[in-house]
Design a protein around this ligand. Structure first.
Ligand code: SF4
Length: 376
């Protein structure tokens, strides 16, 4: 198949759903629960709700929405740090749009902008660098956010700034890494996950080899999946087939985009500019060892954490917020006490309601209070 519409063909989707049903009918299901498959990536969560895929699956299969939306796992303290940097006189604080509305303990970046801070939305770190070029008398800070998908573009921008001798540009680095996060999930007490849909965009950069430990040591199948409905349905079938056959392997459904060896140029830029942090705080998941990166000492001049004093405080989520339980798959978004009342996409209380890749926003926009399967 060549064109995106072909990956949304309803007849082929129907065929795949019937194949999944046929496969499940021959499987021995756990006696007291469905088979749990986690989609790690927020892009998959969005597609699953946008196309109503969850409701098409047989009752013995349940999808668990993982932590792969970088906006959703951003702790409140880091938002407070952003606001603190942005409120420095002379700073132009730049960010991707979906991070603007993530609530901090006192305000979001959007509210800081309304209060007078110069916060601007950009589409790439290179846009932020262009602002630095044009405003030599200002400090331009880029909010580096995201997994390995966006990490290389921030790294390449730092290298470009260095090459041009631009010194009024820096990065507030909140980039995070996927593999320690999956490991932390696998090490959670009482884990009930039977397989994973692997993140397509991240894997485009890191390849498939870093996931081998999931299959080898945790004996769980992982299928790196694309984002169209047929990609996701086929990947679910592939995970189930591995379970049925008693296999645990890393398979690549998204081979049209994901090279098994990843992107060498992107990985080279990443390793040149960043080093692993000892630990990084995740919203709802706590501190995870080696799950974030910071700029290497060589690039300290481009590190906003070295240029500015930031509060760096750990802030607890509001009591009524259940983002952590949703992130761990303990409850469904609509089971949160404030879903659709005190927490809506217009007035988000938790970060899962902010980004379109957040499970709560996806449920709210496409799923209502219950998915089709739960409602029937
Ligand atoms: S409804 Fe809001 S507060 Fe509750 S889990 Fe979702 S995002 Fe968090």
């Amino acid at each position: 198949m060549k064109y995106v519409d072909e990956f949304r063909d309803s007849e082929k989707a129907g065929f795949l759903v019937r194949e999944i049903e046929a496969l499940v009918s021959t499987m021995t299901l756990p006696p007291d629960r469905p088979i749990y498959v986690m989609e790690v990536c927020g892009g998959h969560t969005h597609s699953i709700f946008r196309y109503g895929l969850e409701g098409m699956l047989p009752k013995g299969i349940e999808l668990i929405h993982g932590p792969g939306c970088p906006v959703c796992v951003l702790p409140m303290g880091r938002v407070d740090d952003c606001v603190s940097i942005a409120e420095n006189p002379g700073v132009i604080f730049t960010t991707f749009g979906d991070a603007m509305r993530v609530p901090g303990s006192k305000k979001s970046l959007l509210q800081a902008k309304a209060d007078g801070a110069d916060v601007r939305m950009v589409y790439s770190p290179m846009d932020a660098l262009a602002l630095a070029r044009k405003n030599r008398d200002r400090e331009v800070v880029f909010f580096g956010l995201g997994f390995e998908t966006t990490m290389p573009s921030t790294a390449l921008t730092v290298l470009q700034a260095e090459a041009e001798g631009i010194t009024n540009f820096s990065v507030f680095c909140n980039h995070i890494t996927i593999v320690p996060t999956i490991k932390a999930i696998l090490d959670s007490p009482g884990l009930q996950l039977d397989g994973f849909l692997g993140p397509g965009h991240v894997s485009m950069v890191i390849g498939t080899a870093p996931y081998e430990f999931i299959a080898k040591f945790y004996r769980k199948p992982m299928v790196v999946a694309g984002f169209e409905p047929l990609d996701i349905l086929q990947s679910i079938w592939m995970v189930l087939k591995q379970i049925k056959d008693g296999r645990s392997e890393v398979e690549n459904q998204y081979a049209r985009i994901v090279p098994d060896g990843g992107n060498a140029a992107a990985l080279q830029a990443v390793s040149r500019v960043y080093e692993l942090r000892e630990f990084f705080e995740w919203r709802g998941l706590g501190s995870i060892d080696h799950s974030g990166v910071k700029l290497r000492e060589t690039y300290a001049g481009y590190d906003a954490e070295q240029k500015f004093a930031i509060p760096n405080l750990k802030i607890a989520d509001p009591k009524s917020c259940q983002c952590g339980e949703v992130l761990k798959g303990v409850i469904k978004p609509w089971q949160c006490k404030v879903f659709g009342s005190a927490c809506t996409p217009e007035m988000p209380l938790g970060s899962l309601m902010v980004s379109s890749e957040g499970a709560c926003a996806a449920y709210y926009q496409y799923g209502g209070q219950k998915s089709y399967k739960e409602a029937v």
